[in-house]
Design a protein around this ligand. Structure first.
Ligand code: GDP
Length: 148
């Protein structure tokens, strides 16, 4: 089954929105394969957002992402990368579709609540970045029988 990496960013933790965001995934029947709260080091933020390192807003991203713990999840389902990107929607919440996570909860492009891998290739790298192989839980969920 395809997997993707989600980070619930510091504003999700600080605003007490963890449960509401995770409910979006559970309502969609996505399988939560692993979940943990972690404090990000500057090194892992540099690695995760290295393609933005030259942008003037990079220092802002860095201080935001290290300002509080984040919740990291691995989700699994058929086409899960696309599904979670659609649930998340646009980087700038004012461009997001009503009903999406960023439309409903995000404040600004700086504090946009959630990270979700943008392709299968990126997801494979990002899952490994945040979870060691032996951390990934293997369990049968009743919905696995539907996905096959
Ligand atoms: P995402 O996949 O929608 O999260 O967007 P990107 O991968 O392009 O950017 C990563 C993160 O950098 C975004 O979620 C934003 O928090 C931040 N970011 C991206 N573009 C901008 C920008 O133009 N201005 C600011 N302030 N932050 C940005």
């Amino acid at each position: 089954m395809e997997t993707t990496l989600v980070l619930l960013k510091p504003d999700t933790v600080q605003r007490g929105l963890i449960g509401q965001i995770i409910s979006r995934f559970e309502n969609k029947w996505l399988k939560i394969v692993w979940l943990k709260m972690i404090s990000l080091s500057e090194d892992i933020v540099n690695e995760h957002y290295d393609f933005l390192m030259d942008k003037p807003f990079f220092p802002k991203i860095k201080s935001y992402m290290t300002s509080s713990p984040v919740v990291a999840l691995v989700l699994a389902w058929t086409d899960v990368v696309k599904t979670v990107r659609n649930l998340t929607w646009a980087t700038n919440p004012s461009d997001a579709l009503p009903g999406s996570i960023r439309w409903d909860f995000a404040l600004t492009i700086d504090a946009n609540i959630i990270h979700a891998s943008d392709s299968r290739e990126t997801a494979a790298i990002e899952v490994k970045r945040f979870f060691k192989e032996d951390e990934i839980t293997s369990y049968e969920k009743i919905s696995d029988k539907i996905v096959g």
